[in-house]
Structures are given as structure tokens and as C-alpha cells.
Design a protein around this ligand. Structure first.
Ligand code: NAP
Length: 350
């Protein structure tokens, strides 16, 4: 296979949560490979809410600029070092920093083999692994329990919903459009709440007055407060994120909101609030990904991707559309995992 001499990648050159202002596109030489390294053509890259935290430097405090960015990709191995030549042509997924690039040199030990280089495998990486590990390690789900998932129609929310259903739970999901309500019902949500029309606090009070056992919470701010108050005796709340404060920085580790009353609330309910951060469990990524691929291949949980389907400007294609993809995610119109097709000409040939 003929390789180009150069490729393009996204680099963070200014630290800010404004993704577009933070990054530049650079053209680089295709790197030389060492014996155990491979060159992956990143066909599809996943967009994550935390991409704007990364551009603000929150993942790499004190690191010198420029920074490579992007958490995950699906593609194929197009060249390999002397000790792993047999890998050429293998379809792979990976979670390696700097994935917002057309070609990426990786150690062969960093790749996860997949049956085909299809975008459906992307959501099984950061989004799916987070949902599976967080629920397994922090939620201790029991059959028949009630689980509330916020931002339920998104990249990670879709898996929290489906995995909780697989565990025999009753699932409530929040979202902000009627289209997402229909989506949530289609993936098994027993109650989908459109928070742009219904008051989450009132719905929980009226329809779930005994409280909720487990909460997979991604939004933060007022939503976090509402969730804390909705916990049942023995309830478990897992803090997955606080997206409502990412772009404008309104939520910080020093802001006192909700935290002041938390000890009393937890004590009075023998409840717990846990944090979960995927970056703390790299040793579990590969095995959890393989388990998700199996669950997906059996049809027990589906993997939904969004290449800009609710975007008037059309599909997210080519590396230049990565900033548009971040904006699209923050527009709250996306359903499932937002991704960019880096080589639309190759996809069209399929
Ligand atoms: P996503 O859910 O695909 O997209 C973000 C969604 O958040 C939006 O579609 C929107 O859905 C909802 N949202 C609610 N309030 C929002 C606001 N003020 N601004 C923008 N969006 C808002 O994104 P994702 O990448 O899967 O991330 C979801 C959450 O999971 C984030 O908090 C992220 O940091 C977290 N996460 C954490 C980990 C970890 O290791 N802890 C790993 C992956 C993701 P509605 O409008 O329908 O509510």
C-alpha cells in the first residue's frame, strides 16, 4: 500500500476551553517505525466532552505547548516495524493520546484488534468503557433497582442506559429534545425526561418519590444538586462529569455549591457519592473493550454513532471538521457518539 509522505494532525497551541482558538493544524512527515511499532491510519476519531478540558490544559498541568490531542480512534494498520509486519492490514481501535491525526505511530501493544474498521467500534472505547467500569466498580447494581442516567442519549449515557437495563434495572434517562426522548425509549429507558420541557426535580418528586438507587451523573451544577437530593436510602451517585461547567469554567474544585450540605445528606441516607475517571484504570481498558465488543456482537447492547446527522451543515468529514464536531457536541443536538470520518473517500468506497 502506497503511503503519503506527510499527514496532518491537530495540535494545541493555546490553552483555552475554546477548542477552535486552542488548536492549529500541522503537516508532519510520516514517522519512521521501530521494530515493535505500527502506523495506524485513523479512519474515524471520537469526540469527547473533555476535549475542551484537554485544550484548557487540565489533563496536562505544567506541560509545554504544543500538545497532541484526541483520545481515541478506529482505523487500520498500514505499516509495521520489523517485529510485527504480520499486523499490516489489521483493523484496530486504540485509546492513545494524540488521536486527532490522520496517521499515528503506536507501539503494537497499544492496539485493540477489531473485526472491521467501522465507526460503530468507537463508542465502545472511552464512552463504553467508562460506563461499564463505573457501573461495575462504583454502582454495585442489583436487579430491580432504579437507575438515573443524565445526558443519557450521549456517547457514554447510551451505554449506561443499556448496561443498567441488561442488569435488570429500571432506568430513567435525561435529555433535552423530543427526538432524544424517542431514542432513549428505543434503547430501553423506562422513563425519558426531556429537561427542556419537564422539571427534573418535579418529575423525580412526583414519579420516583421513594428516591433513586443509582445515579450516573454527567452534567453537574444544578443537575448534580437535584440528583443528590433524589438519592434513596443507601443510594449511590457516581460523578462521571460536569459538562455544564466545562466551556465557561463555572464549576471548579473550589466552588462550594452543594458540597457544604453533602456530609449531612449522605449521613442521613447512608448514601455515597463516588467519582470515576477512566484515566485511572488503564490496566482495565483492553479487557473491558473486548467484553463490550462481545456484548455488541451478540446484539445485547447497540452502539450508536453520530457523524453530524442533526447538523444543518452536513456530515463531519476530514480532519478540518474536528472543531465543528466539538461545536456540534456542545450544541446538544447529537445522539450517540460524535465522530469525524477522517477519510470520507475511503468510506465511500466501502
Ligand atoms: P455526550 O454525552 O455525547 O454529549 C454531551 C451531552 O451532554 C449533550 O448532548 C447534552 O445532552 C448534555 N448536556 C447537558 N448539559 C449540557 C451543557 N450545559 N452543555 C453541553 N452539553 C450538555 O458527551 P460525552 O463525551 O459522552 O460526555 C458526557 C459526560 O461524560 C461528560 O460530562 C464527560 O466529561 C463525561 N465522561 C467522563 C468520563 C470519565 O472518565 N469520568 C469519560 C467519558 C465521559 P442533553 O442536551 O440531551 O442533556
Amino acid at each position: 500500500m502506497a503511503l503519503p509522505q506527510t499527514y496532518r494532525k491537530v495540535m494545541v497551541t493555546t490553552l483555552t476551553t475554546n477548542f477552535r482558538k486552542a488548536i492549529e493544524f500541522q503537516t508532519c512527515q510520516i514517522p519512521k517505525l521501530s521494530a515493535n511499532s505500527v502506523l495506524v491510519r485513523n479512519r474515524y476519531v471520537g469526540i469527547n466532552a473533555s476535549d475542551v478540558n484537554f485544550t484548557a490544559g487540565k489533563y496536562t498541568p505544567g506541560a509545554a505547548l504544543p500538545l497532541e490531542i484526541g483520545f481515541e480512534a478506529v482505523g487500520e494498520i498500514v505499516a509495521a516495524g520489523d517485529k510485527c509486519k504480520e499486523l499490516i492490514g489489521t483493523a484496530v481501535a486504540h485509546m492513545s493520546g494524540g488521536a486527532f491525526c490522520e496517521y499515528q505511530k503506536l507501539q503494537s501493544s497499544r492496539i485493540f484488534r477489531i473485526p472491521e474498521p467501522k465507526p460503530e467500534y468507537l463508542p465502545l472505547l472511552v464512552s463504553g468503557i467508562t460506563a461499564k467500569l463505573a457501573l461495575e466498580m462504583k454502582a454495585q447494581l442489583k436487579e430491580g433497582e432504579t437507575v438515573l442516567v443524565t445526558a443519557a442519549a450521549g456517547g457514554t449515557g447510551q451505554f449506561a442506559v443499556q448496561l443498567a437495563k441488561l442488569a435488570g434495572c429500571r432506568v430513567i434517562g435525561t435529555c433535552s429534545t423530543d427526538k432524544k426522548v424517542e431514542f432513549l425509549k428505543s434503547i430501553g429507558c423506562d422513563r425519558a425526561i426531556n429537561t427542556s420541557k419537564e422539571d427534573l426535580k418535579l418529575v423525580l418528586k412526583d414519579e420516583f418519590s421513594k428516591g433513586v438507587d443509582v445515579i450516573y451523573e454527567s452534567i453537574g451544577g444544578q443537575t448534580f444538586d437535584t440528583c443528590v437530593n433524589a438519592m434513596k436510602l443507601g443510594g449511590r451517585l457516581i460523578v462521571i462529569g460536569y459538562i455544564s461547567g466545562y466551556q465557561d469554567g463555572t464549576i471548579s474544585s473550589t466552588s462550594g455549591r452543594a458540597a457544604a450540605a453533602l456530609p449531612i445528606k449522605l449521613l442521613m441516607k447512608s448514601a455515597s457519592v463516588n467519582g470515576f475517571f477512566l484515566m485511572h484504570y488503564p490496566q482495565k481498558w483492553k479487557s473491558t473493550f473486548d467484553e463490550l465488543v462481545e456484548i455488541h456482537s451478540k446484539g445485547e447492547a447497540k452502539s450508536f454513532v453520530d457523524n453530524g446527522m442533526n447538523r444543518t451543515e452536513g456530515k463531519l468529514e476530514g480532519i478540518e471538521s474536528i472543531p465543528d464536531a466539538v461545536d456540534y457536541m456542545y450544541s446538544r443536538k447529537s445522539i450517540g457518539k460524535v465522530f469525524v470520518d477522517m477519510f470520507p473517500d475511503l468510506t465511500a468506497k466501502l
